[in-house]
Design a protein around this ligand. Structure first.
Ligand SMILES: CC(=O)N[C@@H](CCCN)C(=O)O
Ligand SMILES: NC(=O)OP(=O)(O)O
Length: 348
């Protein structure tokens, strides 16, 4: 079996699935499924991936480490939690808490390693290095991720930033293809769900893009006021059209779920209250009825339930769904591994 994938991507870094043409995404999905079925065996022998986690993780951490191991290489897990001491600002007089600049960190790690993977979502861990000061206009610049990409001399992989979680998007695309065979024209509903905290929009942005790139008829369902970034929604809608799909918005969960083949539950914070989360919470608690239950799933066309995990049981999704064959969340989590193996084997 070939030790190379034969696939080449048009981008050096993996920041957002929408940076890639749809054929390259399809090729990565096919490669992931071939890896899962043991049909190809690419090798990354002797290669190292540094994984920098500025936020907690279960799936991303373990699936990247295991992906590198299965490919014959290794991952170095660098936890940055509680120790965000790198500087990202230009021309800063570094006499405060930061101890070294990304201008040194990124090229130094690039001398040791063949790729850098970064998780940095400021909504999860508020820290000194989040320069956004609570503004979405600043947060959407993804300063930390983009600084690593700028100063690294090896490929950089986004393991969830403020704006995108492309590995979740790619993994979900693999799962949808695996479940439906031919996703084009099938109905995908990304439904907002209640959660006690305002969660980032990176995951729903990438999940929406994944379904749009598969040519599905995508419905976004959320209470009024919970719009995702309009520029990202516009881009997703264009990519859906390119692949023969569509994108529409509903504010009633029952109506949205009508005839769905895939239901993906995800919570996120309201963009218009970004950084003003107390005000957002006062409104969010009025939407506790946005929970996916078996009664809600009755509206679907034998729909399957996806969730990126971690999931709050009986808050976002009911036990009656999660404990039934309707739920494919464990397959979805597994497919992160195969999707990332496809990505790593191609990118490194
Ligand atoms: C509960 C929580 O913090 N969820 C995170 C992680 C999701 C996948 N990494 C989120 O919604 O972004
Ligand atoms: N879905 C996901 O990215 O999970 P972790 O946050 O546990 O990595």
């Amino acid at each position: 079996m070939a030790d190379a994938t034969g696939l080449q991507l048009s981008q050096r870094h993996f920041m957002n699935t929408a940076d890639l043409p749809q054929q390259e995404i399809q090729a990565l999905i096919d490669l992931a499924l071939s890896l899962k079925h043991g049909e190809v065996k690419p090798s990354l022998a002797g290669k190292t991936l540094a994984t920098l986690f500025f936020n907690p993780s279960v799936r991303t951490r373990v699936s990247f480490a295991t992906a590198m191991f299965k490919l014959g290489g290794q991952a170095l897990d660098l936890s940055m939690e509680g120790a965000w001491s790198f500087e990202f600002g230009d021309g800063v007089v570094m006499d405060g808490a930061t101890i070294e600049h990304v201008k040194e960190v990124a090229p130094v790690l690039s001398r040791y390693c063949d790729g850098l993977a970064i998780r940095c979502s400021e909504l999860v861990t508020k820290s000194a290095a989040s320069a956004s000061a609570g503004s979405w206009q600043n947060a959407r610049q993804d300063l930390v991720l983009n600084s690593f990409a700028r100063y690294a001399t090896v490929p950089v992989i986004n393991m969830e930033s403020n704006v995108y979680h492309p590995c979740q998007g790619l993994g979900d695309a693999v799962t949808i293809k695996e479940q439906l065979g031919q996703p084009q024209g099938k109905k995908y509903v990304l439904t907002w769900a209640y959660h006690p905290k305002a969660l980032p929009m990176a995951t729903p942005n990438s999940q929406m893009l994944a379904a749009c790139d598969l040519g599905m008829n995508v419905t976004l369902a959320y209470p009024e006021g919970w719009d995702l970034d309009p520029e990202i929604v516009k881009m997703a809608s264009q990519r859906a059209k390119q692949s023969g799909g569509s994108l529409q918005i509903e504010h009633d969960m029952d109506t949205a779920l009508e005839g769905a083949h895939i239901v993906c539950a995800k919570s996120w914070g309201a963009l218009q209250y970004y950084g003003n989360w107390e005000a957002e919470k006062a409104l969010r608690v009025q939407h506790k009825d946005w929970m996916v239950t078996q009664a809600k799933m009755q509206h679907t066309d034998n729909g399957r339930l996806m969730h990126c995990l971690p999931v709050r049981r009986n808050v976002e999704v009911g036990d009656d769904v999660l404990d039934s064959p309707t739920s494919i969340v464990i397959d979805e989590a597994e497919n992160r591994l195969w999707a990332q193996m496809a990505l790593l084997a191609t990118l490194l």
